[in-house]
Write a protein that binds this ligand. Structure first.
Ligand code: CU
Length: 173
């Protein structure tokens, strides 16, 4: 076999190259596309949630195809407990609620099916913890711009929030 072809084939399928595509800190479990289309239908049907308010939403915008993360605070001002069960972005095809956990000095992140927001409380999505992972941007995004982030709740209502696109160095809102 031609050595160069062999090398190219090896690189194309090596796990290291695949991991690099998502960025070293972004190795996470992915769900099938079927979940995304189900979520889209649920968002389209959902009415607006008037009990829950989402504030201080910002995105740590990373270059190229590296996934970005959205952070915000969810205030449940109602009498009923609720939970965030999905998210949708106006500018990304692949959006997932994630939680970063730390164990034995390593950090891992994965999909979280439900984030409880008890009545009368506020839950922070912050660097190093809960976040919404944004992948596959559907349009060019620039620092200083904004996106619309929708959150879907357990009672199948939703909120719509404007999020500011910030530099990768940003640590908090
Ligand atoms: Cu993540």
């Amino acid at each position: 076999m031609n050595q160069w072809i062999f090398l190219a084939a090896t690189l194309a399928f090596s796990p290291a190259v695949l991991a690099q595509h998502h960025g070293a800190a972004h190795q996470h479990d992915h769900q099938s596309g079927a979940h995304h289309s189900t979520a889209t239908a649920q968002f389209d049907k959902a009415s607006l949630n008037t009990q829950v308010h989402v504030e201080k939403c910002w995105v740590r915008l990373l270059p190229g195809t590296v996934p970005s993360a959205a952070y915000f605070t969810v205030h449940n001002q109602g009498q009923q407990d609720t939970a965030v069960i999905a998210a949708r972005s106006s500018a990304h095809a692949d959006v997932m609620v994630h939680e970063t956990t730390h164990k034995d000095g390593m950090s891992h992140m994965g999909h979280t099916a439900s984030v409880a927001i008890p009545a009368g409380t506020a839950v922070g999505f912050e660097p190093g913890g809960l976040h919404v992972m944004l992948e596959q941007a559907t349009q060019p995004l620039q620092q200083g711009g904004t996106i619309q982030l929708e959150l879907l709740y357990a009672d199948h209502t939703k909120t719509v929030t404007t999020c500011e696109l910030r530099s990768p160095k940003t640590q908090s809102y």
